[in-house]
Design a protein around this ligand. Structure first.
Ligand code: CU
Length: 211
């Protein structure tokens, strides 16, 4: 019995440590790099998911009348802090089903936190500044990444089969495929057909949007 236990422990340890890194490269239809795409991995063969590691403080700040970052990806059960680094008030709100909340008269220096306890996509707006928008992608999996300015992301997960879902604010529907993670696999390459960027331009004097 003890032997069996030890053996299972060894196997568990082996599986948990056999992490593979696979890179993903995401481009749009014209071949330009796509930043802020979220890639989520869902294990298909019961691969052991590592428990959530100590998470660094995750924040979405209000600074220079913008939300930063534009896209945040977290696991279900994560708390996000919303520091207001401006010297004016904001009015943070979400009407999204995964988390409805509102922080009216949100004062300079405020830094309240919100727990995101349901998976889904949350659109964050500001009732005072129409152009302020951010997305929070809340996932029921510990394996995910977001593409950087070069459209690249590194995915780290135990070897095994996964359903890979790619999401982007301008994608009509998530792009889904099956991938087997093993040493030497990748990079995963995507060409996404994105909808036009409909974000509202800033109207402040001297500000040109900067998108
Ligand atoms: Cu605002």
């Amino acid at each position: 019995m003890i032997r069996l236990l030890l053996l299972s422990l060894c196997l568990l340890t082996l599986r948990a440590t056999a992490a593979t890194t696979v890179s993903a490269v995401i481009k749009d239809a014209k071949g330009a790099a796509v930043p802020d795409a979220v890639i989520a991995l869902y294990a298909l063969d019961g691969a052991v998911s590592s428990p959530a590691a100590d998470q660094p403080l995750i924040e979405i700040s209000q600074q220079d009348q913008e939300y930063t970052p534009y896209v945040t990806v977290i696991r279900v059960g994560t708390v996000i802090e919303f520091p207001n680094r401006d010297d004016i008030q904001h009015h943070i709100y979400s009407l999204s089903k995964a988390k409805r909340f509102e922080k009216p008269l949100y004062a300079p220096g405020a830094h309240e936190s919100v727990l995101f306890d349901h998976p889904g996509i949350i659109t964050l707006g500001c009732n005072i500044h129409d152009w302020m928008i951010a997305y929070i992608v809340v996932l029921p999996t510990p394996h995910f990444a977001k593409t950087d300015a070069t459209g690249t992301a590194q995915l780290i997960a135990p070897s095994g089969r996964y359903r890979v879902e790619v999401w982007h604010p301008r994608l009509s529907a998530p792009q889904i495929q099956e991938v087997t993670f093993a040493d030497g696999v990748g990079p995963l390459e995507y060409r996404l057909t994105l909808k036009p960027d409909r974000r509202i331009r800033r109207t402040l004097e001297g500000k040109t949007g900067g998108y």
